[in-house]
Design a protein around this ligand. Structure first.
Ligand SMILES: [Zn+2]
Length: 111
């Protein structure tokens, strides 16, 4: 139900003019031709935030969580966070392999 801002009369949702005083009624919803109410959502920019990308890089789990949270609303940004999380995993695995290989390489070269 909506109320007329002019006379305070209670009017049905679909009425555009007050039946008592004839004033146009202001509604927060738009009625589509098919009768379905359409709430206009604020347009969110689908762009990854640099700070969150950096965070995803340092904590890969953050990237995974951000991906799960944003994938339905901001798929482009979500994929960017996941990408940085995966790069982080790759770098970490690469570094730990390197650390494990260094002693091996040193023993091979000294032998
Ligand atoms: Zn009225």
């Amino acid at each position: 139900m909506i109320y007329c801002q002019n006379c305070g009369n209670q009017c049905a949702d679909h009425t555009r003019f007050c039946p008592v005083c004839g004033a146009p009624l202001q509604t927060s919803t738009f009625q589509q031709p098919n009768g379905v109410y359409y709430y206009q959502q604020p347009v969110q920019e689908d762009k990854p935030e640099t700070a969150l990308c950096v965070l995803s890089f340092f904590f890969w789990i953050v990237g995974v969580v951000l991906y799960a949270v944003n994938v339905s609303t901001k798929p482009i940004a979500a994929r960017a966070y996941l990408k940085w999380g995966l790069i982080s995993v790759a770098v970490n695995v690469g570094l730990s392999l390197l650390v494990m290989l260094i002693p091996l390489l040193l023993t091979v070269s000294s032998a």
